[in-house]
Design a protein around this ligand. Structure first.
Ligand SMILES: [Zn+2]
Length: 370
């Protein structure tokens, strides 16, 4: 989820050139051999919001199927509106888009479309976020949401060979009660979930607001992750709370940790993995004279970085290969670092050790072949 802070940081950084309107193609300036290496690299993805993969074409298709009108003449007009320049216009587009998701088949189609795109880019394993509170409040039953996505996961594994799991995200700027209601509604389907997470606007909604939710999720066998967005107020306090007090299993974004050697040491000691999304959240600014590249700073600090696409439908439709290609240039990534990022991804999987070893073996076979 793009948060207020993330969005504003992205907009500020993109003042000269909106990041969703890149002048250059992702592979421009990248060694063609490295482009091929990235395309063939077996990959994972842990920070992708399914609602953020809802492409304009699918919004129109679902709106037609569900008998809904959209305030755009056609796909081109809708995509043109994605040149948003303030938070209000972005959120209007983002939440309006979700309204076309009403039935189990809609969630199946959304998830399958993402999984097909990911599989085509050699993502062989993914753990996907979804925001059920946004759907429950429109009267969509939890069962329709989870079972639609689950059907897509099964079909994609059979048809496309991509394995996936599902993470329920609490919308942190909604009430703690509505988050608990969503968790309670999801628990009858917990065999289809692997974890819970925390997204949306962090300001004023620190991770401890969800301590009881995390405890209940853990008691039901689920893993726990949390967004610690870039340059949030109290970001180091929130990272410490997530890392030390709530003992989350993974952190989404979390780049400001490089500003605290003590927290970096704790993260390393806990073997913590970070899901970093450089498209919108790639630059640290808070309290710094010069912006710092998040991926570069985290790698240089010795942290375990994975890279994901976040909300690609709203970020120039750039999925994982494009995100990695741009990271090569902006974060000055070497082939060895790209391989390490891929390895981190499979090691970070919420899977049994034997399954992780199978994924890592596929990576090793690829690296030995190129
Ligand atoms: Zn996110």
């Amino acid at each position: 989820m793009i948060t207020r802070r993330t969005l504003m940081a992205g907009l500020a950084a993109a003042a000269a050139l909106p990041r969703w309107a890149y002048a250059a193609a992702p592979a421009d300036g990248v060694d063609p051999a490295l482009v091929q290496f990235i395309k063939g690299l077996p990959k994972s993805e842990y920070h992708v919001h399914l609602e953020g993969t809802l492409e304009a074409e699918m919004k129109f298709a679902l709106a037609r199927r569900n008998g809904l009108g959209l305030p755009f003449a056609d796909v081109a007009a809708m995509k043109a509106s994605y040149n948003y320049h303030d938070l209000a216009s972005f959120l209007a587009i983002y939440y309006d888009g979700m309204k076309v998701l009403l039935k189990e088949q809609d969630f199946r189609d959304l998830a399958y479309a993402y999984l097909a795109r990911a599989a085509a880019q050699n993502v062989i394993y993914t753990e996907m976020f979804f925001d059920p509170q946004e759907h429950l409040k429109r009267g969509v039953p939890m069962e329709a949401v989870i079972m639609g996505i689950t059907r897509a996961r099964r079909e994609a594994e059979t048809m496309l060979g991509i394995r996936s799991q599902l993470i329920l995200c609490f919308v942190r700027d909604s009430s703690a009660e509505s988050a608990m209601a969503a968790l309670d509604a999801a628990l009858p389907f917990k065999q289809y979930l692997v974890g819970v997470g925390l997204d949306s606007d962090e300001a004023g909604h620190p991770p401890e607001k969800f301590a009881a939710h995390f405890a209940k999720a853990r008691a039901n066998g689920l893993h726990v992750t949390a967004h610690c967005d870039i340059d949030q107020p109290g970001t180091l306090t929130n990272i410490r709370t997530a890392l030390v007090d709530l003992k989350v299993d993974r952190i989404d974004h979390g780049g400001n940790i490089v500003q605290s050697p003590e927290l970096v040491a704790i993260a390393k000691q806990r073997n913590m993995y970070f899901t970093v999304c450089p498209t919108f959240s790639g630059t640290l600014r808070k309290g710094l004279d010069q912006p710092v590249d998040v991926v570069r700073a985290m790698l240089d600090a010795g942290l375990k970085v994975t890279i994901s696409s976040d909300d690609p439908a709203y970020m120039a439709s750039e999925y994982i290969n494009d995100v990695l290609l741009r990271a090569v240039t902006r974060s000055n990534l070497s082939r060895a670092e790209l391989a390490q990022i891929a390895r981190n991804g499979f090691e970070a999987a919420w899977l049994p050790e034997a399954d992780k070893r199978l994924l890592l073996a596929r990576l090793d076979a690829y690296l030995a072949s190129v």
